[in-house]
Write a protein that binds this ligand. Structure first.
Ligand code: SF4
Length: 364
């Protein structure tokens, strides 16, 4: 798949059976929102996240009671897991011994040097990478009274240097603010200082549309400038939504293969009165995914399908796409395939006619 993005070369880090950085594809990750003690619910959520495109999942490990269930989850998880740990170095070591694929802990918060060395020893012995994760809430407020790109990066560098002083470089770094500009600037700065893979996203990004827009701006901007090796959309609510949005961001930038792309017009006063374009577009997309997704993935082919509301601008767009429908007069539509207008059809038969055309002319 061609890409217009020139990715910054980073160090390749192995996380269980996947890798982050180097020439690896961008890894889509999320986090469960259920206490680790609920083993079955966590496994169900991980399975569901995987089904929607997640490749790596993080779990919060709050205290030692979480370790036993964590080891059960690790044994049955279909995806590599990351243990999110704060302050307690014993939890990090226990999670590593339980078979976790990666830990997120900031060595600056662990305490004395001896504890850091113990974590580094365990991580090195098990080839477990450590993610240093800095956000506005984790910087030292006495030292850095304000959250700025520089204060975030200084905090990250303090943590990186602790690990490097212990000869440990199996590192992923993330710097997230809740503000778009600060987060982008901080990530550009850290990318200029080290070649560790970068986990990108906007933290405390809220929910719904506002989260989607803001996260897409930060993640999209950074990816387009070549920065970012793994992404997480942080969204209040069901983490599956994070993965759905993250997948769309990657697909939009051709960083993830999507076999079917639907183009539909916004509709306007010219839209043919007997066409419900949103319903038609959704039906077309659903049927195409059901019938052709697997075949197209196997062939590594993508089809672009245009669903347009009128015969003024519709035909132009529909003939540019691989397949297309454009609204016409009196309950009729025009059907296009491979740039050619092939026939006039009834609106009520549009989905079936389009599916038949795709079946017949599917790229070989
Ligand atoms: Fe309006 Fe036609 Fe353009 Fe759709 S394609 S927005 S109906 S002019």
């Amino acid at each position: 798949m061609d890409s217009y993005i020139n990715r910054k070369k980073t160090k390749k880090i192995n996380v269980g059976n996947i890798s982050i950085g180097g020439d690896s594809k961008i890894v889509l990750q999320s986090m469960t929102n259920i206490p680790t003690e609920n083993i079955d619910e966590n496994l169900l959520q991980i399975e569901n996240l995987k089904k929607h495109g997640a490749e790596l999942v993080r779990l919060a490990v709050r205290d030692e009671t979480a370790i036993k269930p964590l080891s059960e989850i690790i044994k049955s998880s279909p995806l590599p897991l990351v243990a999110d740990i704060h302050f307690d170095h014993r939890l990090a070591i226990a999670a590593i011994n339980a078979g976790i694929s990666k830990i997120r802990i900031n060595p600056g918060n662990i305490g004395d040097e001896k504890r850091v060395r113990e974590v580094v020893k365990a991580a090195s012995e098990h080839s477990v990478p450590i993610r240093i994760g800095v956000n506005g809430g984790s910087i030292n407020k006495k030292k850095y009274p304000h959250v700025t790109p520089e204060s975030l990066v200084d905090s990250a560098m303090e943590n990186i240097l602790i690990l490097e002083d212990n000869n440990f470089d199996n590192i992923v770094v993330s710097i997230k603010g809740s503000d778009i500009f600060t987060t982008i600037a901080a990530n550009k700065l850290i990318a200029s200082l080290r070649d560790y893979p970068i986990h990108i996203g906007l933290t405390e990004a809220g929910y719904g549309l506002s989260c989607i827009v803001q996260s897409s701006m930060v993640i999209g901007h950074l990816l387009m400038t070549g920065i970012g090796d793994t992404i997480r959309v942080s969204m209040t609510g069901d983490p599956v939504n994070e993965v759905v949005v993250g997948s769309k961001i990657l697909e939009s930038l051709d960083l993830k293969f999507s076999p079917i792309r639907i183009i539909s017009c916004p509709t306007c006063g010219r839209t043919a009165a007997d066409i419900n374009l949103i319903e038609l577009s959704q039906n077309v997309e659903r049927e195409l995914i059901q019938r052709f997704s697997e075949i197209l993935i196997k062939k590594d082919k993508r089809i672009v399908v245009a669903v347009m509301g009128c015969e003024v601008n519709g035909p132009g767009e529909a003939s540019e796409a691989d397949f297309g429908l454009a609204g016409g007069q009196n309950g009729k539509m025009l059907l296009f395939a491979n740039g050619e207008r092939i026939k006039t059809i009834l609106v009520k038969d549009a989905v079936k006619e389009l599916i038949d055309a795709v079946s017949e002319k599917l790229p070989g």
